[in-house]
Design a protein around this ligand. Sequence first.
Ligand SMILES: [Zn+2]
Length: 491
Amino acid sequence: MTVRENNLHVYNSLTRSREKFEPLRPPHVGMYVCGPTVYGDAHLGHAKSYISFDVILRYLRHLGYEVRYVQNITDVGHLTDDADEGEDKVEKRARAERVHPMQVAEEFTRRYFEDMDRLNVLRPDISPRASGHIIEQIELVKRLLAGGHAYESGGSVYFDVASWPKYGKLSGRSVEEMQAGARVEVSAEKRHPADFALWKRAEPGHIMQWPSPWGMGYPGWHLECSAMSMKYLGESFDIHGGGLENQFPHHEDEIAQAEAATGKPFVKYWLHNNMVTVNGQKMGKSLGNFITLRDAFEKWDPMVIRMFILQSHYRSPLDFSDQALAAAKTGYESLVRMAEGIKKGLLPVQEDRRTPEAYETGSRMIEKIRRDFYEAMDDDFNTARALAQIFSLQGAAHIIRRLAEKSHDLLPLFWDTFKAMAGVLGLSLGKEESAGSKEGVTPALVHILIHLRNDARAAKDFAQADAIRKRLDEIGILLEDTPEGTKWRFK
Ligand SMILES: [Zn+2]
């Protein structure tokens, strides 16, 4: 497959500018997105993040890029405190529930994927677990020690920010500022307050621990992303995504670890998504306005939530409210209704009619909307504008339908354009797309059944004829007896 000519520009957090998207090794694109720490259910903030990167993935693939998409699962090493103190989040939950930490990780990994499936988020090509890559992480620590960018202290190993002058280039912070801003008491083991743990000594009672050259311990949270992204995407790759709140220290530390070890640029484009607020307030467990996806699904169709999220740009914050969701629901339902109407118009193909003028008018209309859609997506994945084009197409549907009476090939063109656009945004519209009820139905077999039914009727076996009609109806096929014979269509 060749890459479609495009004018894609992305906003790169690293250079703080909009840049033309030019992957390192086209048509290949390596993309890494920080995945969840699996100690609780995914919430609306996760939905915004992973839907945003799902659309980016879908659009890149739509353009013809061969994307390898890696998203990690953090099952060890993510502490409750950013400054390398506090408890491991997964272990904390395991202790509360009196189960093994890996049980917590396994349960919430499964639940995470279930939630993402419902939101129509494509699964990553590789979902590496931190606990499954201890060897790679220890190797990276060894490289940093050998290069003089890390030091051991009391069984833990820290990254030495003073050894890496570029530290702070992503977040734009200086090491001096970090020192002044250090809000927690700095561990006596650290030479500098901004130094961060690569490897932590396991305290007594810590369950998830491994042998290392520095004694029993576990990896620091930031380390897994550098080690696993480079393992699967190479030492330099194209896109690294994640939430804005992780730009510092997490992503800053990822860059330092990778580049200090390899001497090569780590990531070409850093993309960051903004957060979800609830009724204008930051969402947080302590604020009591924390909405898990499971709770949200009770009230709203996952596709409505997806549509709502797509209504804003990924770099903008998004305010969740029942009103906003109700509006998204109305919009989504109108698209589903239109899609159903068009599909009905598509199916009974009788004689072919084609009036060139009607085709010309209709196809020009569709083409203009299609171009505007690509322009929106090329503009740093502007889903809000792209979605507006889907509604423009919906607005044009009645005109297209009228023109299609004179030119039958307009409806298939309209439908293909509509499906492609909805597909890029990952919007599933109606049963056919999700359940695939049309799949497995072969028209030739339906015709055989229609003949058998006609034979039964001719033999006055009406019970048998009715049974055939009923069974077809049950699998979504409607028979219509017309003067020209029996016709069939999907319900
Ligand atoms: Zn990460």
